[in-house]
Design a protein around this ligand. Structure first.
Ligand SMILES: [Zn+2]
Length: 82
């Protein structure tokens, strides 16, 4: 078994091993840079195509104001087309 303890995946730092899933995947306890502790499958952590965080990274990029602005801009564009 690969020991991921102490390894860092973007915003997640691996704290310790938790368990093996019924699908022979390892579950690791990770701490996000924001302080939140989450459990992640090893296969998920080793997927380099995605950005790893507890989920706060995505939330930070989708603040409600931004969403509103996007939909407003979309409406304006629709008006111009007419
Ligand atoms: Zn976080």
């Amino acid at each position: 078994m690969n020991d991921l303890t102490g390894k860092r995946y973007d915003m997640l730092k691996v704290l310790n091993f938790v368990k093996v899933t019924p699908y022979y995947d390892n579950v690791w306890k990770c701490q996000c840079d924001c302080g939140k502790v989450v459990e992640r499958n090893q296969s998920t952590l080793e997927n380099t195509k995605r950005f790893h965080s507890c989920g706060c990274y995505i939330k930070q990029n989708l603040i409600p104001g931004d969403r509103e602005r996007c939909s407003k801009a979309g409406k304006q564009r629709a008006k111009i087309k007419k």
